[in-house]
Design a protein around this ligand. Structure first.
Ligand code: HEM
Length: 523
């Protein structure tokens, strides 16, 4: 059932397994970083990989800027999300941005894009500030209570959940209160690890969902001998039920006579704005309740671990670069002395804060790679031509068959020396305080954020990137004003679908932690 693709002319690394090809190297959470870096170092912008079932499943690994432009912008409806991605997200959340393609996806973005506009981000500021002040109080109390080493990830994760809960849904998970459990957030946390454990099984999902009726499939799953499959099913049930309860509460909170004008709660969270926009939308664009539920689940899923990972990375880098941390603190303190809690434009206008965020998100993108499948035959042009595997011909464009998988190398594009210069693999916020090298301005990667691929680009670019940027910048200003971060015990960054810090041994997902040494800023 996998179409053979004629990519053999494209050079690529040797497969390490006859049936898994390069699969275990590409998705290895420990050695993956080096494998990906070497792909770009050794093959430039494009390489051929063999994946499941060996040479039959050839895939393209892409970091070439023109090729990326074609994949995510020009021919984005040819290079769509993989069937596995769409099907598993549909099973978890129902209809959402993560489970639709083509016109259906475009129609949803038409309503959702304005909901994430800068105007609404400004309104979110008032919801966000109390959250990061509460976070700071907790961390200060940890230090005052004698805890020198604090698991920063635990608290960043809780804060990220509150930002996306309160800012996204107008709902609190009470994430800072360790005595209160929350079934929704506890269950959502299981999704990432379950997906990782079911990675191989999920390849078969698109075929499995075509077997029999939904009732029959459900019975089959219930009878599965694998506990992880039953857990996935339970997770899906709970996510749907919890999202439905929250939505019902919101809708009941609205004056049912006047859906358009009456705000829900503050009325500023993304879901309230969406409910109003949906009520105002043309009938053919309007989303049914089931779809609103799908979007709710996917916002939480997409906005929680990603920003947790980004915030942890920034604090980790700052802990290891004390001079950069002091410079940033000086900028923050000067601005907070003048403005107190900054408004949106002041916050976005802090130059060194902006440089630190850009540089960390460039060098350490929380989502290091993404997958796509071609929906018809297509030709992929290259900015940087390559030599064929037999070195006889120069290849400027690659004919690709329908149903070929393509890996978008976010990490490869973001750290390519040909774009960013010889110091591309170093963390240097200063690069953003001066003009970028000519190579970077000339080439311009097609990403929406700082010409990097971190939040992707085109019609499926991250819809929440302004939300995430504001959340990160605000958290950093509030924390750095009062707290100093220094390195703690060694950790390892696991290259999962979303990269995460691991304490004990690489690959041990049970100890996701970022222990840092915290102290108070001397007045
Ligand atoms: C640092 C934080 C974040 C990073 C690095 C990030 C990155 C990304 C990337 C790479 C994609 C493309 C996925 C794909 O094409 O398969 C994406 C999509 C998406 N993101 Fe984010 N994201 C972040 C934060 C957020 C937040 C805070 C939200 C919501 C509040 C969010 C909501 C979404 C949604 C709904 C999509 C699907 C868009 C679509 O398919 O049209 N993200 N994000």
């Amino acid at each position: 059932f996998i179409v053979k693709s004629p990519l053999s002319a494209i050079p690529g690394p040797q497969a390490t397994s006859w049936w898994k090809g390069n699969f275990s190297q590409v998705f290895n959470s420990v050695s993956g970083w080096e494998f990906h870096r070497n792909l770009v170092r050794n093959y430039g912008g494009i390489a051929r990989l063999t994946m499941l079932f060996g040479p039959q499943d050839e895939q393209l690994y892409v970091a070439d800027p023109l090729a990326l432009h074609h994949i995510i912008v020009k021919d984005q409806y040819v290079y769509e999300e993989t069937a596995m991605f769409l099907t598993s997200n549909h099973l978890y959340f129902g209809k959402s941005l993560f489970s639709t393609i083509g016109d259906e996806h475009r129609r949803a973005r038409k309503i959702l894009n304005p909901v994430f506009s800068i105007k609404h981000m400004r309104d979110l500021l008032q919801i966000f500030y109390p959250i990061c002040h509460q976070l700071r109080e907790i961390l200060i109390n940890e230090v005052r209570g004698g805890n020198e080493i604090v698991d920063v990830m635990k608290w960043m994760s809780r804060a990220a959940l509150e930002y996306v809960g309160q800012g996204g849904l107008g709902y609190t998970f009470n994430a800072f209160d360790e005595t209160i459990g929350n079934q929704y957030s506890d269950t959502m946390k299981l999704l990432g690890p379950i997906n990782a454990r079911l990675f191989l099984h999920r390849q078969l999902l698109p075929y499995a969902v075509k077997v029999g009726t939904p009732v029959f499939r459900r019975k089959l799953l219930e009878m599965s001998p694998f506990e992880i499959v039953k857990t996935a099913m339970r997770v899906s049930d709970i996510v749907t039920k919890c999202a439905s309860d929250i939505l019902q509460e919101k809708i009941q909170g609205m004056d049912e006579e006047d859906l358009i004008h009456k705000p829900v709660g503050h009325g500023n969270d993304i879901m309230s704005v969406l409910l109003r926009a949906n009520a105002e939308a043309n009938e053919e664009d309007r989303m049914p309740e089931s779809e609103l539920l799908g979007h709710m689940g996917s916002f939480i899923f997409a906005g929680h671990d990603t920003t947790t990972s980004a915030l942890c990375r920034i604090l980790h880098e700052l802990a290891h670069h004390p001079e950069a941390q002091s410079k940033l603190r000086e900028e923050v303190i000067a601005s907070r002395k003048k403005h107190g809690d900054m408004d949106y434009d002041t916050l976005m206008g802090l130059p060194y804060l902006d440089a630190v965020c850009r540089e960390t998100l460039r060098l350490f993108p929380p989502v290091p790679q993404l997958n796509r499948t071609t929906r018809k035959d297509v030709v992929l042009p290259l900015l940087w031509p390559i030599k064929s595997a037999d070195e006889k011909t120069e290849i400027k464009q690659i004919p690709i068959k329908s149903n070929t998988n393509v890996i978008i190398s976010v990490i490869g594009a973001n750290t390519n020396k040909r774009v960013w210069g010889d110091d591309a693999e170093e963390w240097k916020p200063e690069r953003w305080m001066q003009p970028l090298p000519e190579s970077a301005t000339k080439v311009r990667l097609p990403g929406i954020y700082s010409s990097t691929m971190t939040f992707l680009g085109g019609g499926r670019a991250c819809i929440g990137f302004k939300f995430a940027e504001m959340e990160m910048k605000m958290t950093l200003t509030i924390l750095l004003e009062k707290l100093v971060f220094e390195p703690g015990p060694d950790i390892f960054w696991a290259m999962n679908f979303i990269s995460s810090p691991v304490l004990n041994k690489p690959g041990d997902m049970a100890t996701l932690q970022l222990p840092l040494k915290l102290s108070l800023v001397e007045e």
